[in-house]
Design a protein around this ligand. Structure first.
Ligand code: NAP
Length: 328
């Protein structure tokens, strides 16, 4: 089979498309013929050895994907060959076949095609976990979403709107903000063109947003935290800008703000019941049209390296999906 391989941790352009042996399912695993694999920001970090998990080499990046089960290992009784599924495996999806622990798959939901299925779980799961479980969002809250034209950002807008909140979307270009608006954002901020703190305060009559969801980090973090409301909740989701901000804790004290970490992958392992309930909620919202992954590009496997590189420097919008087999 063909696989995009990382043979040594290093620059993204060292990834190579190679022929490798087909995987065989170990006990508890299934082998999936991958149809589509969505890119996520950590895919670029994992090949550089900069992510919190470092798979044994060689490996294929690609954390979440969809496909059809080819074979099942001993002890797998919930799935059989031919089942259409989506998988969150952490890596392995940028290949024609992938062996995955059966605990990390679920049936492809009704009404969802393979491309949407590949692009659903990670960003929407993160957004709902962050806003519901961590921030305990209320319908009368105002949420500011940074990086609002990215995968997590657009999912967070959908989820916040589905929960009844008002959304201020902040991003770096009119094109990204246009997508945020199409997903229901009430107010738009281009943070390359203004003082983010002042503009967030202006957008909220001086009170500041009740919740800030920050997948970007860098210089935006302190500005947005300084604008956060009395007893507001600041969600630390990621550092796509590269810098992990160092924040003076008086900013928490002065307005009794809470700075809250979000780690969806770990939360899924620690509280599977909560995860199952969240997925059920997301699928209900998907069925009623309230949440929908914004797939801006579908790209073939031989162009995946370029797509990962573009995503890693903030050039993509919404979700980029690599199509590996016919998704019809
Ligand atoms: N904590 C968790 O559980 C969890 C779960 C999923 C993802 N994450 C993290 O959340 C972050 C966003 O993930 P994503 O999949 O939404 O990524 P994405 O689609 O690539 O979006 C990231 C956004 O960050 C902004 N950005 C600013 N500087 C950037 C730079 N130098 N390079 C790339 N992007 C830059 C861009 O928005 P602007 O151009 O508008 O600034 C971009 O749209 C990542 O750090 C990821 O690791 C965390």
């Amino acid at each position: 089979m063909k696989a995009l391989l990382c043979t040594a941790f290093g620059p993204i352009d060292t990834l190579r498309l190679r022929d490798t042996p087909n995987p065989v399912p170990a006990a508890g695993e299934v082998v999936i013929a991958v149809k589509a694999c969505a890119l996520n920001f950590p895919d670029g970090l994992i090949v550089q050895g900069l992510y919190q998990t470092k798979p044994p080499l060689p490996f294929s990046p690609g954390a979440e994907f969809s496909g059809v089960i080819l074979s099942v290992g001993n002890g797998v009784s919930d799935y059989k060959a031919g089942d259409a599924v989506i998988a969150f495996a952490g890596h392995g999806g940028l290949a024609e076949q992938c062996a995955v622990d059966a605990q990390r798959i679920m049936p492809l939901p009704a009404g969802m095609d393979f491309v949407q299925g590949a692009a659903f779980l990670l960003t929407y799961g993160t957004a709902l976990h962050a806003l519901k479980d961590v921030a305990q969002l209320r319908p009368d809250d105002t949420v500011a979403v940074l990086g609002a034209g990215g995968g997590v950002g657009l999912a967070a807008i959908d989820v916040a709107k589905a929960m009844g909140a008002r959304v201020i979307a902040a991003a770096s270009s009119p094109e990204k903000l246009q997508l945020a608006q199409a997903h229901g954002a009430n107010q738009l901020i281009d943070y390359t063109q203004c003082d983010l703190r002042k503009t967030l305060l202006d957008c909220t009559d001086g009170a500041g947003p009740d919740v800030v969801l920050d997948p970007v980090g860098g210089a935006h973090t302190e500005a947005a935290l300084r604008a956060t409301a009395w007893r507001g909740r600041y969600l630390v989701v990621g550092f796509a800008a590269g810098d992990i901000p160092r924040i003076a804790l008086n900013l928490a004290l002065l307005k009794e703000r809470q700075i809250l970490g979000v780690y969806w992958g770990e939360a899924v392992q620690r509280n599977p019941k909560q995860h199952t309930a969240n997925v059920r909620q997301l699928l209900q919202w998907f069925a009623s049209g309230l949440v929908r992954p914004e797939i801006t590009e579908t790209v073939s496997l031989d162009k995946a390296t370029d797509a990962i590189a573009r995503m890693s420097c903030g050039e993509t919008r919404g979700k980029v999906v690599i199509t590996i087999a016919n998704c019809g």
